[in-house]
Ligand binder design. Structure first.
Ligand code: PLP
Length: 315
């Protein structure tokens, strides 16, 4: 029988931290910490049961992009999950600013999380749990890398069905990702770079961390049912209104996506990202289309506009 040895192997903690954690600053239990020190109990329901909601905003060139919309979605989710935060909206803004400012990052991925927490008596009643707020800022990350942004992503449609909205409300941003991760593995097996999965009616839903749009002529369409109402998706609606393109939320069939003139995905992690191949077929010419390019340009321009973005005060 293997004997448990109370003598633990010596680890070079500093080396391990550098391998496991990106440079960044977190906030939890009332204080700012280096990323490597931000740890939660394994008894937290957020970890044990995915009983949590979160939101991810980004900072570009020292400015938050549409932080108010991210806060609205986050605070709405917290309320609907019957959680209570120890901080109000203004305090959360100040904490998020603090994480970014202390990290020194000019471009950052900024997450705010509320977990159910755990109960001091280990009660199974979620009402007894003490909810926990965590925030952090790490370097900006993207679904698509530079090469993929230039030539367009290769996406596979997986047969995996997204968890039904009647089970988990997709408007509450959540960590129920087993379906999305299964879709990703299906995509890798098919030789693609990422996945789209289906809604409960067999239409296209969304992918691991992004929404999807198709373009036909001067009209755009994006799935309406069973998807997270993404802030980048919403931004595409706003940009289309500005430049006179029509955009409709509705059912998107598999054939429709293959037959589109252009396809792109949207996420805070990367913005508007072109797709030029679905399964074995190229989309139209196989090159990034003009409407996608135009929207990508406008999207990044808006990051400098004070009515769409707010500056960080660095120390
Ligand atoms: N869909 C899912 C499942 C997501 O997790 C995300 C973002 O993480 C999105 C869509 C895109 O949302 P947003 O544009 O707000 O980043």
């Amino acid at each position: 029988m293997t004997q448990f040895s109370p003598v633990l192997p010596v680890v070079d903690q500093h080396h391990l931290d550098r391998q496991l954690y990106p440079h960044g600053v977190a906030f939890m239990d009332g204080q700012y910490l280096p990323m490597s020190e931000a740890k939660i109990s394994v008894l937290d329901w957020g970890f044990l049961h995915s009983d949590a909601t979160y939101d991810t905003a980004h900072v570009w060139n020292g400015r938050f992009f549409r932080l108010d919309l991210h806060l609205d979605r986050f605070l709405g989710g917290v309320e609907r999950l019957r959680m209570k935060l120890p901080y109000d909206r203004e305090e959360i803004i100040s904490i998020l600013n603090g994480c970014v400012a202390l990290s020194g990052h000019r471009s950052a991925y900024v997450e705010m999380i509320c977990t159910r927490g755990s109960s001091p008596t280990f009660s199974r009643d979620p009402r007894q749990a003490e909810n926990r707020f965590i925030a952090f800022a790490v370097p900006f990350g993207s679904v698509a890398n530079k090469e993929q942004l230039e030539r367009g992503l290769h996406v596979a449609i997986s047969e995996t069905v997204r968890i039904p909205p009647k089970s988990v409300d997709p408007a509450i941003k959540n960590y129920h990702w087993l379906d999305l991760v299964k879709g990703l593995f299906d995509a890798y097996e098919a030789g693609a770079e990422t996945a789209l999965i289906l809604d409960t009616n067999g239409h296209i839903a969304e992918g691991p961390g992004f929404n999807v749009f198709i373009v036909k002529g001067r009209s755009l369409k994006t799935p309406a049912f069973g998807v997270l109402p993404g802030i980048t998706r919403r931004t595409v609606f706003d940009l289309c209104a500005e430049i006179g393109l029509s955009v409709t939320p509705g059912n998107v069939e598999r054939d429709e996506i293959r037959d589109a003139d252009e396809v792109f995905i949207t996420s805070t992690a990367g913005g508007i990202m072109p797709v030029t191949r679905i399964d074995a077929a190229t989309i139209a010419t196989g090159y990034v289309g003009p409407i996608t390019r135009h929207l990508m340009d406008l999207y990044w321009q808006k990051h400098e506009d004070p009515s769409w973005s707010s500056g960080i005060i660095y120390p």
